[in-house]
Design a protein around this ligand. Structure first.
Ligand SMILES: Nc1ncnc2c1ncn2[C@@H]1O[C@H](COP(=O)(O)OP(=O)(O)O)[C@@H](O)[C@H]1O
Ligand SMILES: [Mg+2]
Length: 287
């Protein structure tokens, strides 16, 4: 098995040359210190905002067992990444099309199994996921809060990592712990910050300043702050209505903030790594 996995790895490495097509798909992992800071809402609404800016976006929900993106969209997924693996399904069968053409894949229970696949499953998984290469512009991973071994692997393999925090000191401290753990694995990880649920701009600036101050000693490069999303009743109402706030309340403060974050992010100079195949290589083989 180890031998065969090595063979697959070699084969894939040789195919993972960065052609322009390979570079097209970028993987963004969204994480936080604690749960409940607004990750899933940000993944969903940011994805929709990016779609409105002509990007094709897919959400991969890796926060297993939590009421996540599917619930926020009012969609019941018919399959998951895990069922795709175990039943050898084609990717299209577990791919949901949600609102406004947004595509979505549920993680499914026991996502850790992704890392203990049989040789066959590994091939299947790789083959199916590689087919996304160039078909979508961005894959957004809604990862679980805190640092499980699984989420660490996904985070380290992504092209960009967005850490979401709330302005309260405990949330900042937890986010800092995530940053530190990631930094210990790799001090070059491209980490960006989003502050959610701010009462005003000043609070957002304070929160990110505190976070940046704490991380200054750790990092030798500044962290990009993508923006602040206000605490907004529109979010709560949209969650209740199982409709993304960007669609239900497009003129709300939260929607405006998310649109601004999408523009800020898309305006950054892009430094693609290896796209989907690079992501798969790193996640599955630590390469
Ligand atoms: N900007 C916001 N304004 C008001 N409430 C928010 C905001 N963002 C999130 N919430 C509330 O927090 C809850 C949890 O958000 P969610 O996106 O599910 O967090 P996570 O995915 O990090 O666990 C939402 O159901 C909503 O009630
Ligand atoms: Mg969530």
């Amino acid at each position: 098995m180890a031998d065969q996995a090595n063979k697959l790895r070699e084969k894939v490495t040789s195919q993972t040359q960065s052609t322009p097509r390979d570079r097209k798909t970028k993987v963004i992992a969204v994480t936080s210190g604690k749960g409940g800071v607004g990750k899933s809402n940000i993944c969903l609404n940011l994805a929709l905002s990016m779609e409105a800016l002509d990007k094709k976006v897919m959400i991969l929900d890796l926060d297993v067992g939590m009421a996540n993106v599917d619930v926020l969209m009012g969609v019941t997924p018919k399959g998951s990444l895990i069922s795709m693996l175990e039943e050898k399904l084609p990717l299209e069968e577990v791919l949901e099309t949600g609102v406004n053409g947004l595509t979505y894949i549920a993680g499914g229970n026991g996502i850790g199994r992704v890392f203990s696949m049989s040789e066959d499953q590994l091939h299947h998984f790789f083959h199916e996921f590689s087919s996304l290469q160039g078909k979508v512009d961005y894959i957004i991973l809604d990862t679980g809060a805190g640092l499980t071994q699984e989420s660490m692997r996904f985070l380290q393999a992504a092209d960009d990592i967005f850490i979401v925090l709330n302005p309260e000191p405990p949330s900042i401290t937890d986010a800092y712990a995530v940053l530190k753990a990631l930094h210990m694995k790799n001090d070059q990880l491209p980490i960006k910050l989003i502050v959610n649920r701010t009462i005003n701009e000043f609070e957002g600036e304070q929160a990110s300043a505190n976070f940046l101050r704490a991380s200054k000693q750790l990092l030798n490069k500044p962290i990009e702050v993508l923006g602040y999303i206000p605490d907004d009743d529109a979010v709560r109402k949209a969650v209740m209505a199982q409709t993304p706030y960007l669609l239900q309340y497009p003129r709300s403060k939260a929607s405006e903030a998310v649109n601004q974050i999408a523009r800020t992010y898309l305006d950054l100079p892009t430094q693609y790594k290896l796209g989907v195949k690079g992501f798969l290589m790193k996640t599955l083989f630590h390469k």
